[in-house]
Design a protein around this ligand. Sequence first.
Ligand code: GTP
Ligand code: SPV
Ligand code: MN
Length: 596
Amino acid sequence: MTTAIQNWVEEIAALTQPDKIRWINGSEQDEMNQLLVTHGTFTQLNPEKRPNSFLARTNPADVARVEERTFICSEREQDAGPTNNWRAPAEMRTKLNSMFEGSMRGRTMYVIPFAMGPIGSDMTRYGVELTDSAYVVSSMMIMTRVSDKVLDEINNGADWVPAVHSVGVPLAPGEKDVPWPCAPEDVHVVQFPETKEIWSYGSGYGGNSLLGKKAMSLRIGSTMARDEGWLAEHMLLIRITAPTGKQYNVAAAFPSACGKTNLAMLKPSLPGYKVETIGDDITWIAPSKSGKLKAINPEFGLFGVAPGTGPDTNQHALDSMKENAVFTNVAMTDDGDVWWEGLGEAPDHLTDWLGQDWTPESETPAAHPNSRFCVPMSQAPTVSPDWESKEGFELDAILFGGRRATNVPLVTESRDWNHGVFMGATIASEQTAAAEGPVGQLRRDPFAMLPFCGYNMADYWNHWLELGGKLSNPPKIFQVNWFRKDENGKIMWPGFSENTRVIDWIISRLENEAKGEATPIGRIPATNELNIEGLGLDQPTMDKIMAVDSDSWLAEADMIESFFDGFGLALPKEMTRQLHWLRSQLELQKNNLVSS
Ligand code: GTP
Ligand code: SPV
Ligand code: MN
């Protein structure tokens, strides 16, 4: 046992005062699940329908990430940047010390050694989470590699990230616990990027409490990546086999609840295509010896949005959760199985995510919009046989996307790496239920990393620019938008499996087969280049899906400028240069002078 970990565990135990300390080695999944059933946190689903699967209902006030309670505590405010909530480390430490004092009283403190990435890969990083929640233990065992071997790696000198989590509800002697203890008023999700520590208080949900995920793999991960010369990204990772037999590795960054898990498990609609899943939410990327970028998925499981997942949209996702699944905040059928909006016709009666009776006449959704399924990655029917490769996968293309009802065409290719970084930096998306806040409102979400970048976003763009400059063979960068709407508010592109057609065009660009059409914002498919055979989409609709309107893009350029202004002197000059170029091209197009 490393004394460093032992000392730290004892120190945190002295602060939080748990009744017991329990070291987890990865073999405790069944025991934890049974404990959670006994406790009332889990309901076991009908084993005939869904073997070894469970439903958790949270406190209704603890259903998503809480961004306004997520803090980056660097010594200097400018190192957190204008898009993060910054607090001075000393001030935050004082606060955390008083919040965590005695916070685990009456509970067990679990010690979870975990690996982000295949154990032994040089891209893998290690962490230890202390938590007073058995739900977190059970979920961490699905989402990360929890193992004694992690302690061996640490003993052999590997660095590790300490992460402390408490639901913030100490129990007095003899006091009965509630099924979902949490302290929603006091939620704090705190990252110290300089000392690479995580402290999370008050929430048991998702990224707030499974600290290997957003907190370590992205917020702390992005700062490690900056210091060490790699990239920690909110991206899915897939390997596509084209009808030619040639394979392409593609990573894609979309904001939360904008389609990563779905694209990661794409069921191709065009013959001859195959998609293998490597990751669905987080990708770590590093320069390879051959001047390319190589990527791994640091996670071990899927934590996917349930609503909208159905036989018509993503059968592969459904097949991944036939057994050994933990569902949170979905509805339950009368025969002990799960249901959510989008799964098919609603049964006559359900128990909704709040535990109340529900019928199709009910006015509230049966499943919470951010309800989730959690399963081991190995259960995805599409998982790549070598998804745990220690070497990683060399990238051919990177996609950026978001939910845009207007302006942004179905697919646009960047001119080069720097233009691609500008595309990533200017992604905007309509907000979803994945985080607390107004759903539907448009906000800039650069690189889909707004809630996840552990340092100044402008410095992060600079890091991307610098790293790209060192690559002899960088991936091509594209922007996609599955969500453009017509004047009646209907999404025009069929999406899901049909996104294969966009991938098909992207590959034809990688192969230099399609020419595309230059526009001020980048290259889009020329008329007839995108295979839309059998979709029933007429040309006027396709034109609307692809349109690049000068006036609305000039207005968009103004929005981008005011967003950029917020970064002051930290903004890389290259971003300003790209914006000028965009405006000049838009003016040319507006005056019908567009060149190509
Ligand atoms: P996080 O796990 O929060 O990061 O979300 P995600 O980016 O993995 O999104 P996910 O694939 O779970 O999809 C979120 C929602 O978008 C679901 O309700 C999907 O049904 C819907 N969705 C995904 N892909 C498409 C698409 O191509 N078209 C349309 N219209 N909806 C989609
Ligand atoms: C996201 O919000 O991007 C998620 C869910 O993947 S959570 O793990 O809660 O962050
Ligand atoms: Mn995500």
